[in-house]
Design a protein around this ligand. Structure first.
Ligand code: AMP
Length: 151
């Protein structure tokens, strides 16, 4: 008889901080409870210059500061809603989502990454999705939680 895989020990949930992240957090925290695993949450704040293609002829530092503060407020709201979340297991990070999510998973020995997926097709697929991006070269298992199609 094949040996069953070990239960997950550290689950990382990546969220975009929109209203859609609830099913993703719910699935991740239920999996953490079922596996007796630690739960961590990460949100990546993408630098404005990155979002605009890297060549913006103005100082974006103030806007970026506001962007980070807004993300902090949304994250605090989530922490208030989920008893499994706290300041200690939630992280805000500047950078490119895939790079930072993989980096965190490697650094902290996460064995499952949970993301949301819109299951896009057609033009939206050509534009790419974070779930696809995270899956590519992932350092551990990835669970893509199906989200309602909005586009
Ligand atoms: P998207 O492909 O952008 O619609 O996002 C799909 C999923 O990727 C979201 O439900 C999150 O799980 C994850 N995600 C998207 N953007 C971010 C972000 N900035 N930081 C962390 N996770 C993200």
């Amino acid at each position: 008889m094949p040996t069953p895989p070990k239960p997950y020990s550290h689950i990382l949930v990546a969220v975009d901080l929109t209203d859609e992240c609830d099913p993703v957090i719910y699935r991740a925290s239920a999996s953490a409870a079922a596996n007796g695993a630690k739960l961590s949450l990460i949100h990546i704040v993408e630098p404005m210059a990155m979002a605009f293609g890297g060549d913006v002829p103005m100082d974006l530092s103030q806007l970026q500061q506001q962007q980070f503060e807004q993300a902090s407020q949304l994250l605090e709201r989530l922490i208030g809603m989920y008893p499994q979340l706290s300041k200690d297991n939630c992280k805000l990070q500047y950078g490119q989502p895939r790079h930072e999510i993989h980096g965190f998973a490697k650094e902290h020995g996460c064995d499952l990454i949970v993301v949301g997926s819109h299951g896009r097709h057609g033009l939206a697929l050509l534009l790419g999705s974070t779930a696809n991006d995270v899956l590519h070269d992932a350092p551990c298992d990835v669970l893509a939680v199906t989200l309602k199609q909005t586009n």
